[in-house]
Design a protein around this ligand. Structure first.
Ligand code: AP5
Length: 213
């Protein structure tokens, strides 16, 4: 399975990607997670990406395409993937096409998770993440068992720097301008499946699986 998940910040891409990757036995590749880890490690990529992420702006395409190329050519990346947060611009989508073509591969589907922007701000302001293992929680819909503590590794949960309301609004604008046009790009290739992202996490997951059958 070679799948791309599209959708605005907070639509549930990461939440669904984990489930879909498990179901189809392929890696979940999140450019956001890779970049945040690079920032934590203080690597060259992390140093370059840090200010873009904190301000809710897109990291330059050449940095992203380099990291995706590296990841897709790795052992498990060749088995298939669920891409979460990539591509985000037409130029990234063209770069992905080129990469897949060079290894005689192609996408199976592009799922766009559609959701009312008002719901997004609420979801993101109540999101908490584990800085150690990356597990994602929501104070309203999926809280940890012990308040503020990761169920999996016991680390104290944090709020993402870019989940503050003003930064969320900027990310939404950037999504509308630079990423939403990808829906037309993939619709014209017959790959786009639009899914209602409201309702429980399980309901949304079932809708996606049904659309992929
Ligand atoms: P990234 O990490 O990709 O952020 P994003 O796309 O803005 O998406 P989010 O992670 O905020 O939301 P999501 O859709 O995954 O929602 P989630 O499942 O967590 O990117 C961050 C930054 O990195 C970018 O701004 C940019 O700077 C840079 N970057 C990354 N990729 C890049 C690229 N390709 N090019 C350039 N720059 C790039 O869900 C949100 C919350 O809602 C959670 O708390 C969750 O528990 C909850 N939730 C989910 N589903 C439901 C449901 N059905 N019901 C109730 N609650 C739910």
């Amino acid at each position: 399975m070679r799948l791309v998940l599209l959708g605005p910040p907070g639509a549930g891409k990461g939440t669904q990607a984990v489930r879909l990757a498990e179901r189809y036995s392929v890696p979940h590749i999140s450019t956001g997670d890779i970049l945040r880890q690079a920032v934590r490690e203080g690597s060259e990529l992390g140093i370059k990406a840090n200010s873009y992420i904190a301000e809710g702006k897109l990291v330059p395409d050449d940095l992203i395409l380099d990291l995706i190329q590296h990841r897709l050519k790795s052992e498990d990346g060749r088995r298939g993937f669920v891409l979460d947060g990539f591509p985000r611009t037409i130029s990234q989508a063209e770069g992905l096409n080129e990469l897949l073509r060079s290894s005689n591969e192609k996408l199976d589907a592009v799922v766009s998770i559609e959701i009312d922007p008002k719901l997004l701000v609420r979801r993101l302001s109540s999101r908490r993440i584990c800085p150690s293992c990356g597990r994602n929680y929501n104070l309203i819909s999926s809280p940890p068992q012990r308040p503020g503590i990761c169920d999996l590794c016991g680390t104290e949960l944090i709020q993402r720097e870019d989940d503050k309301e003003q930064t969320v609004m900027r990310r939404l604008k950037i999504y509308t301008k630079q990423t939403a046009p990808l829906k037309e790009f993939y619709r014209s290739k017959g790959l786009l499946k639009q899914i209602d992202g409201e309702g429980s996490i399980e309901d949304v997951c079932q809708r996606i699986i049904k659309a992929l059958q």
